[in-house]
Design a protein around this ligand. Structure first.
Ligand code: F0G
Length: 458
C-alpha cells in the first residue's frame, strides 16, 4: 500500500494570530534584547520554537475538564483524578503535585542529596543540574559515547553508559550515590530516546548496589513511541504498555507536565518510598502548597489528568514524531548538519559544523539562533556553552516544536528560513558576553557581536 501523508490528527477550533516584523525591526529588537532571544517580547516572534514546554495546545476534552476543576484547598476531587491518571501510567505509590518539573527536582534533591554526593544521569537538563549543584552535590553525565557524535546514527543515543555507571559507583562508593537518574528522552543530548534494554541494565546495576532509580520523565510518551518504532519486541505494544514497563523498573520520577502532560503548567514527583514521601510532602507544604494541589489550581490538575492520557494516543504520537522528522529531514537533505536521527520533540542543529569559522568561545550556537531570528522571525535556543559552560559536550541550536500548535506550512516556512541562513553562513559573526549571572546564565546573559565589541570605546 502507498503510504499517505501523516496529517495533523485534529482540526482547529480556536486560532491565535501571529505577528510579522520587518528585518530592520528585528535588528533593533535583537539589539535591545542584547542578543539574548529569551529577552525578546514574544509578540515580536513569528514562529516560536524556543521550547516545547508549556506551549502546547489543549484539546476540547482538556478545556472541558478545566471547567470541572474543584478548587477546594484540601481533598479536591481534581486531585483524585490527577493522582489516578498518573498512577494508571506511572504506577508509583505516592503522587505529589508541583507547579512544574523543577519544583519536583528541588524537593527530590533536597530530601535525597547531601553535600559531596554524586548524582549520575544520562544527561542532566539545565534545571536538573542546577538543582543538584544547589544542594552541594555533583551532577555527572554518563551518556554513551555515540550520544555525543551529532552526525552518528544510533537508535538510542539517549542511553546511559552502564559500564561508566559501574565504574563511578566503585570509584566514589555507593554511600555517595543517593540515586541514579535517567532522562527520557534525553533533552540536552538531542531529544534522543533511551531503550528498554538500557533501562533494564541501569536498573539491574542500581538494584545490585541498592541505589534507587528515578526517571526525569518529561517526554516519556515520545520515548515510549520511539521504543515502539525502534526496539525489537515492542512493535505490537501500545505506548502506554511500554511506558508502564519503563516505570516498573524505577523507584520514582520527576515530571514536568508542560511537556508530555500536554498542559501549560504543572508537574509532579513520585516515589514508592513512604518515608521519603512524608519528607517530600513536608517540604511541599513549606513552599508549594498542600499535597492535594501543590502549587496548582484544581483546573490545572484536571488538564494534566486528561493530557497525560492524550499524549499516549498512537495517532497523536505518529503525527508528533513524523512532524519533527519532517523538519529534520528537509534541512538535512540540503546539507544542514543536525543531530541524527531526528528525536522526539525537537531538531538540534550542530552549530559548530554549521559555523566552523566561529570559535566555541564566541558562542556559535547563540550566533546561529540570532541569525534565524533576523532572517525570518524564528526563535530557537542554544544548548551549548552559554547554557552549560565547561560541561557542554556539544554546541547545538534546538528547534523545539510545541505540541499540536503549528501546521506543516509553518514548518515549511521554517525550512526555507534555515536554508537561506545556510546559504549565507560565512557572513554570520560570533558574539561575546557583556554580562552573566552566577547560575543558569543563559536566561539573562547579555552579548554583543565580537567586531562591534572590539571597536567599542573603553
Ligand atoms: N527535565 C527536563 C529533561 C526538561 O527538559 C525540563 C524543562 C525540566 C526537567 C524542568 O521542567 O521547566 O517544568 O521546570 N525543559 C524545558 C525546555 C524548559 O525548554 O526544554 P520545568
Amino acid at each position: 500500500m502507498r503510504t499517505r501523508t501523516v496529517i495533523e490528527p485534529f482540526r482547529i477550533k480556536s486560532v491565535e494570530p501571529i505577528h510579522w516584523t520587518t528585518r530592520p525591526q528585528r535588528e533593533a529588537l535583537l539589539r535591545a534584547a542584547c542578543h539574548n532571544l529569551f529577552q525578546l517580547p514574544a509578540d515580536a516572534v513569528l514562529v516560536d520554537l524556543l521550547t516545547d514546554s508549556g506551549t502546547g495546545a489543549m484539546s476540547t476534552r482538556q478545556w472541558a475538564a478545566v471547567m470541572e476543576g474543584d478548587e477546594s484547598y484540601a481533598g479536591s476531587r481534581s486531585f483524585d483524578r490527577f493522582r489516578d491518571s498518573v498512577r494508571d501510567i506511572f504506577g508509583f505509590r505516592h503522587v505529589i503535585p508541583t507547579h512544574q518539573g523543577r519544583a519536583a527536582e528541588r524537593i527530590l534533591f533536597t530530601v535525597m542529596c547531601r553535600k559531596g554526593d554524586v548524582v549520575p544521569n544520562n544527561t542532566h537538563f539545565d534545571t536538573t543540574r542546577a538543582n543538584v549543584e544547589f544542594v552541594g552535590a555533583e551532577a555527572v553525565d554518563l551518556l554513551i559515547p555515540e550520544g555525543r557524535e551529532p552526525g552518528l546514527r544510533h537508535p538510542f543515543k539517549g542511553n546511559m553508559d552502564v559500564e561508566a555507571l559501574e565504574n563511578l559507583i566503585e570509584r566514589v562508593g555507593r554511600e555517595r550515590v543517593p540515586l541514579v537518574m535517567l532522562t527520557i528522552t534525553n533533552n540536552s543530548g538531542g531529544g534522543q530516546p533511551v531503550s528498554l534494554e538500557n533501562v533494564r541494565a541501569v536498573s539491574a546495576v542500581c538494584r545490585r548496589h541498592s541505589i534507587p532509580l528515578y526517571f526525569d520523565a518529561c517526554r516519556f510518551a515520545e520515548n515510549a513511541y520511539l521504543i515502539k518504532l525502534r526496539e525489537a519486541g515492542y512493535e505490537e505494544k501500545t505506548p502506554k504498555e511500554i511506558a508502564r514497563e519503563i516505570f516498573g523498573y524505577g523507584d520514582g520520577c520527576t515530571m514536568s507536565a508542560k511537556k508530555d502532560g500536554l498542559a501549560n503548567i504543572g508537574g509532579f514527583l513520585c516515589t514508592n518510598d513512604d518515608t521519603l514521601a512524608q519528607q517530600e510532602k513536608n517540604l511541599l507544604i513549606l513552599t508549594e502548597g498542600y499535597p492535594t494541589y501543590g502549587g496548582l489550581a484544581g483546573r490545572d490538575l484536571e488538564a494534566v489528568a486528561v493530557g497525560l492520557q492524550e499524549a499516549l494516543q498512537e495517532d497523536y504520537l505518529r503525527y508528533r514524531i513524523a512532524s519533527t522528522a519532517y523538519l529534520g529531514n528537509h534541512i538535512a537533505a540540503e546539507g544542514v548538519p543536525i543531530v541524527q536521527p531526528p528525536g522526539g520533540h525537537a531538531i538540534y542543529i550542530d552549530a559548530r559544523a554549521f559555523l566552523p569559522h566561529i570559535p566555541q568561545q564566541q558562542f556559535p550556537g547563540v550566533a546561529l539562533a540570532c541569525e534565524f531570528y533576523l532572517e525570518g522571525g524564528i526563535r530557537s535556543v542554544e544548548i551549548g556553552t552559554l547554557m552549560f559552560g565547561e560541561a557542554a559536550k556539544m554546541y547545538l541550536v534546538r528547534l523545539a516544536i510545541p505540541r499540536r500548535v503549528y501546521t506543516q506550512s509553518h514548518i515549511d516556512y521554517v525550512v526555507e528560513v534555515i536554508l537561506e541562513v545556510w546559504r549565507h553562513r560565512e557572513q554570520v559573526r560570533g558574539l561575546q558576553l557583556t554580562y552573566e549571572a552566577p547560575f543558569l546564565r543563559h536566561f539573562t546573559a547579555r552579548l554583543m557581536p565580537v567586531e562591534a565589541a572590539a571597536t567599542q570605546p573603553a
